[in-house]
Design a protein. Structure first.
Length: 221
């Protein structure tokens, strides 16, 4: 089973060691950074669900790191816990204003630390699931819209094709029969795909050529 990933950003050696040991002991996958600048570089390659960052650090402090994470569309859903010795209401408001999700005041009690992290991971997972549901719903709505918009012109094209076929048959132009069979087959496949789009429920995205993604449609055979 894959372990949940946590990034620890802390400049104090002892605190960093204690946090990392606690996380590893509780079956989390953890890596550490010594400042916000280093932590920011690790986010992309490590893809953590949660970040614990000390407020006061050299080069880039935890508050600045939090701001950059929450302003980035790719990272803003990462649950962010500020670790600080500051306990005043003003400091908490400042942290919340930049997007911090939670605070832990030093010295950190181990059980509270793990409880807060597990809570943050649950929130991250729930948000990810909700985004997936919303994305799927958007795909279904788009597919249905395209299906309905294609339906009318395809119906008109089918009627025109049938009329053209009848007129040519009356002229005994048998040589066009094979062409009409191909066109009829193509129309049936297009109509089947349109019907599948109109009734899509659980879209499955598959990889296509040149790394393109496509919706897999369960066409009628």
């Amino acid at each position: 089973m894959e372990r949940d990933r946590v990034l620890i950003v802390e400049d104090d050696v002892d605190t960093r060691f204690i946090l990392e040991r606690s996380l590893l002991k509780n079956n989390f996958e953890a890596i550490t950074a010594t400042n916000g600048l280093e932590g920011l570089k690790m986010v992309e390659e490590f893809s953590p669900k949660l970040i614990i960052a000390d407020w006061t650090m050299p080069q880039m402090d935890g508050l600045t790191l939090c701001t950059k994470i929450k302003q980035n569309e790719n990272y803003k859903s990462i649950y962010f816990i500020l670790l600080t010795a500051r306990s005043s209401l003003k400091d908490r408001v400042t942290g919340l204003d930049v997007g911090a999700d939670d605070f832990l005041v030093k010295p950190v009690e181990n059980q509270e630390l793990i409880a807060r992290i597990r809570s943050g991971i649950r929130i991250f997972n729930l948000q990810t699931e909700l985004r997936s549901i919303e994305h799927q719903r958007a795909i279904i709505q788009l597919a249905c819209t395209i299906g309905h918009q294609l339906n009318n012109p395809l119906s008109s094209l089918g009627i025109t094709l049938q009329n053209l076929k009848m007129e040519l048959q009356e002229m005994n132009l048998i040589k066009f029969n094979d062409d009409f069979e191909l066109m009829d087959g193509a129309m049936e496949r297009i109509l089947s795909a349109v019907e599948a789009l109109k009734n899509i429920q659980n879209p499955e995205v598959i990889k296509y050529a040149n790394d393109l993604s496509m919706i897999k449609l369960n066409d009628k055979e």
